[in-house]
Each structure stands twice: as structure tokens, then as C-alpha cells.
Design a protein. Structure first.
Length: 470
């Protein structure tokens, strides 16, 4: 077993230390300690339930205090990454400069005394976000960096709180304070939450918008949430694969129209010169090659580049043959499963979410915050999973531990594992329906009976939507 462990560590490029192992074990234990009491809460004595809830909310309180200290420290002394980049965008826009020209950022070299990597990937490149994303960053330029960072943290904290409540309503509905505590605990136990706060990133806002899309994914207005998500992070555009495969043309149309309206608004704000510079200058093409293979990047492309001797070579990052072949394979399998799944559509949407993280070339460690949604889908249907409750807890704890390691390609391995599990459950679900429903049976149109909740899926879904509307 020890030999196997050594080979696994070498395979994923890990250099394990006591600190990283302790962090991974703590994350796994905290998650397990939240999931198990939640599942058995109705069978526990009152004093045990009170003790478990007290421990859960005490852990959440400690996490909140630590994160508040991080925020206060960063507001006073902003670190190099990532909020400083957003603030520079706002400053350039506030003086009506062209945010896509590297020459607009030369003044910040002396102001920040930046290191080589920051200069190469930011100051010498210019903005890499599309024009409509600048609508989010422009207000930052009207105040100093300390005030802007404070307001930014207020916005992200509000998005975090709203996301916790939506997670409770969608996946843990009817559980009251237990669901609220578990949703918050699962978020704070995820390594991506801490990295997001440390970098001042936008992942809480993205998570909130994806959850809003999740609630309305069968309604036309879901396209509005997708368009806003694309504004915050470009990788959300991959989620359009789901409505396309499910032939939800109104959702696609609302996404396109909303995106065009946002683009028109950015054209008015930025002006035509800056707006079209994004398409003529191609700023992302000027990024240094190490951006696509640095350790914090856990995309499929980054893993391939790190484990090959040739690097990018003379090809562009998206023209690597092995990446194209594997990406096509993953996309085809996911598309087939989404198309075939007429029941448990959550499996299909969760598969597209994980596929997005795997294929997007810029997937960083903290983007795994979005992985909580597929994990909660697996938890919601834990009776379908081999081993039931214990197998599900073991899987989720292992994924959390792998992400917390943040060594080598462990985060990518965790994402790939979640995709494989969801694909396996989807295949099993499809085959099971074909086996138990004879040809011509009217059971094909009957709603699926959930074995652990004792109610139909369509009823559960309707009740969830009604709760969200009220």
C-alpha cells in the first residue's frame, strides 16, 4: 500500500508535507462531521442535536473571524493579486484611458513596485477581460484602493451570504437551521473559499449567479443569469451547452439578447476605440506561457503542459493535440449523457458544470468553489450512490481533502473524479430507466419517485421553486 501511495503522489506531482496533510485531513473531517449528523438528525437525541448544531455554528463563527481578519489586513495593505488588477482597470477607465493598451499601466510599475510575474502577466499585457466585464470594474476607479477594496469585500460578502441561503433552499430545503449551518460549513471547509477571499476574487458572485440560473434553468429568464455570469467570468459561457442540448431555445435567446444589451452598454461606457481594441489587440494572446502551466492552474490543458517536456512549443495553448482530443472526448460523452437524461436533469447540469472547470484553460484552484453544486447534487441523491450515505460522505470528504492539499494536480484529480462519478450515476440512471420501463409503457411520462424523500422529483422541484419565489 505504501508503494502504491508513493506512485500516486508522484503521478500527481505532489510534494506532501505535514502541513498540507493536516490541512487536507482537517477539511475532510469537518465535512464528514457536518454531513453525518445532518443525515441522522431526526434520529439523534435532543442533546446530541443541540451539541452538533453548536459545534457546526462555532466552526462557522471561527471561520468568519479569521476571514474578517484577512479582509481587514488586505484593505489596509492590498496584496499584489488579484484585486489590485481589478482596481487598475477601474483607474484606467476612470480617466477614459484604453484599458487594453499596456502603455496605460506603466505608472503602476513605480506605484506598486511589482515583481516580475505581475509585470509580465498584467502590466505588460493590459486587461484580458472582455468589454462588458469592465462594467463591473469601472466603479472601483473612482476611489482609492483601500476604499475600493472595502466596498468590494462588502459586495462579495453579500454574494456569499446569498449563495449560502440559495444552497440551503435548493439542495437542503426543509431542513431549517440544519441546512443553513451545513451549507455555510461546506463553503468554509472548501479551500477555494479561503483563496477567493485572500485574492479578492469574484467567485462568490459567480456562484450566486449560477445558483440563480440553477433555480430558473427551465424558464426563459435563466438566460439573464447566464449573461450576468458571463460578464463576471467568461467561462460561464460553457454552461450554454446545457440549454442547447436540451433545446431550450428561449433560454439561449434570452442569454444572447441580454449579452448584446450588456455589450451595447459597455460600448457606450468605454467608447468605440476601447471597445473594439479587445478584438483587434487580442490581449490574452500576449500572456506569458507560464500562465497556462503554473501550479495554481488546474485545468486539463495546464495538467497536460506540466506533464509534457515540450510545453506550448510553436502552437497556441488551445491548439495542443492531446488537449483537443481529450477535450473533445469529455465534451462528447457529457453531451450524450445530457441529451439522454430525461429524468434527474440535475445530473446533466452538474456534468456540464464540472466539464466547464475541466476544459476552461484558465481554471484556477479557487474556481473549485463552483464544484460544491455538483457535490450537493450527489448528496441530494445519496441513496443512488454505492454505499449510500457512507459512500457519499467518503467521496465528498475525499474530494475536499484532495482540493485542500493544493499540491501538484490534486485539484484537477478531484474535479475529474466528480465528473466520472456523475457520469457513472447518469449512465446507471439511463440504463435503469430502460430496464424497468417496458416499451410502450406510460411510465415513461411518469415523474420519478425519489427513494429517500418519498416524493416525486417533479413535486420536489416545484416546491423548491415555489419556496424561492416566496
Amino acid at each position: 500500500m505504501s508503494v502504491i501511495g508513493v506512485h500516486i503522489v508522484r503521478l500527481f506531482g505532489m510534494e506532501l508535507s505535514r502541513h498540507t496533510l493536516a490541512r487536507a485531513c482537517l477539511s475532510a473531517v469537518v465535512v464528514s462531521g457536518g454531513l453525518v449528523p445532518f443525515h441522522f438528525r431526526k434520529h439523534l437525541p435532543v442533546w446530541v442535536r443541540v451539541a452538533c448544531l453548536a459545534l457546526i455554528f462555532a466552526s462557522i463563527g471561527i471561520c468568519c473571524v479569521w476571514n474578517f481578519r484577512i479582509m481587514r489586513s488586505h484593505v489596509e495593505n492590498p496584496p499584489e493579486w488579484d484585486f489590485r488588477v481589478f482596481w487598475m482597470y477601474g483607474k484606467v477607465l476612470a480617466r477614459h484611458g484604453n484599458v487594453y493598451l499596456p502603455s496605460e499601466y506603466q505608472e503602476f510599475k513605480e506605484l506598486f513596485q511589482s515583481d516580475t510575474q505581475f509585470t509580465e502577466a498584467s502590466l505588460n499585457v493590459g486587461a484580458t477581460y472582455p468589454p462588458h466585464s469592465m462594467l463591473l470594474f469601472e466603479p472601483l476607479g473612482f476611489s482609492n484602493i483601500h476604499t475600493a477594496y472595502l466596498l468590494w469585500y462588502v459586495l462579495q460578502t453579500a454574494a456569499l451570504v446569498a449563495a449560502i441561503e440559495l444552497l440551503r433552499r435548493i439542495f437542503l430545503g426543509g431542513s431549517g437551521v440544519w441546512g443553513l449551518g451545513l451549507a455555510a460549513l461546506l463553503l468554509f471547509a472548501l479551500r477555494g473559499t479561503w483563496v477567493t477571499i485572500n485574492f479578492g476574487q469574484t467567485n462568490f458572485l459567480v456562484l450566486l449567479l449560477i445558483l440563480l440560473y440553477w433555480c430558473d434553468h427551465e424558464l426563459p429568464r435563466a438566460g439573464v443569469w447566464l449573461a450576468l455570469g458571463i460578464l463576471v467570468k467568461l467561462y460561464v459561457v460553457f454552461l450554454l451547452l446545457y440549454p442547447l442540448l436540451r433545446r431550450q431555445w428561449l433560454v439561449v435567446a434570452w442569454t444572447v439578447v441580454s449579452s448584446l444589451l450588456l455589450a451595447f452598454a459597455s460600448l457606450l461606457v468605454l467608447g468605440p476605440t476601447t471597445f473594439f481594441s479587445y478584438f483587434t489587440l487580442h490581449p490574452a494572446s500576449h500572456l506569458p506561457s507560464w500562465v497556462y502551466s503554473e501550479r495554481i492552474n488546474q485545468s486539463l490543458l495546464a495538467v497536460i503542459l506540466r506533464n509534457s517536456n515540450g510545453g506550448l512549443g510553436n502552437r497556441g495553448p488551445l491548439a495542443q493535440p492531446l488537449f483537443l482530443a481529450l477535450a473533445l472526448l469529455l465534451a462528447c460523452v457529457t453531451s450524450w449523457l445530457v441529451y439522454r437524461l430525461r429524468r434527474r436533469c440535475e445530473y446533466g447540469l452538474a456534468l456540464v458544470l464540472v466539464l466547464t472547470l475541466l476544459l476552461y484553460p484558465g481554471t484556477l484552484v479557487h474556481y473549485t468553489l463552483i464544484l460544491l453544486i455538483p457535490l450537493l447534487v450527489i448528496w441530494e441523491y445519496r441513496e443512488d450512490f454505492p454505499g449510500g450515505i457512507w459512500g457519499t460522505v467518503g467521496l465528498i470528504a475525499f474530494v475536499y481533502g484532495s482540493i485542500a492539499l493544493q499540491q501538484g494536480d490534486s485539484t484537477f484529480a478531484a474535479m475529474l473524479l466528480v465528473w466520472m462519478v456523475l457520469a457513472g450515476l447518469a449512465v446507471f440512471r439511463t440504463q435503469n430507466l430502460q430496464t424497468i420501463q417496458p416499451e410502450g409503457s406510460d411510465l415513461l411520462t411518469a415523474p420519478h419517485q425519489s427513494r429517500f424523500e418519498g416524493k416525486t422529483f417533479s413535486t420536489a422541484k416545484t416546491s423548491t421553486i415555489n419556496r424561492l419565489r416566496h
